[in-house]
Design a protein. Sequence first.
Length: 109
Amino acid sequence: MATLSVAAIAAAGTLNATTSAAGGGDKVKPDGDRVFVEVTNGGGAPINVTVASYPTVRGQAVADRVVAVAASATKKIPIFADLNTNPSDGLAAITYSAVTSVTVGAYRV
């Protein structure tokens, strides 16, 4: 898994800072509810992006969040510190059902 650098959204605007999605997934450092990833699926078929969840409620694990990204579409997916931070490394894990023609960038508002 690659750790994505988080680009701050500046008042004057921020250029896209995307990279190819990693086959084994990517990680990003959450910052409250201010971080999101932007996933662009340049392929001809839809993909699923899974953001791992780590807390439990009454002893039951919270389900991972699965977000569908249609072919030729881009989605911005929020990363929530209280839900998506892995306690072992302090990062949020993101995986993809396919990575061919898929790019990802991480941003903070």
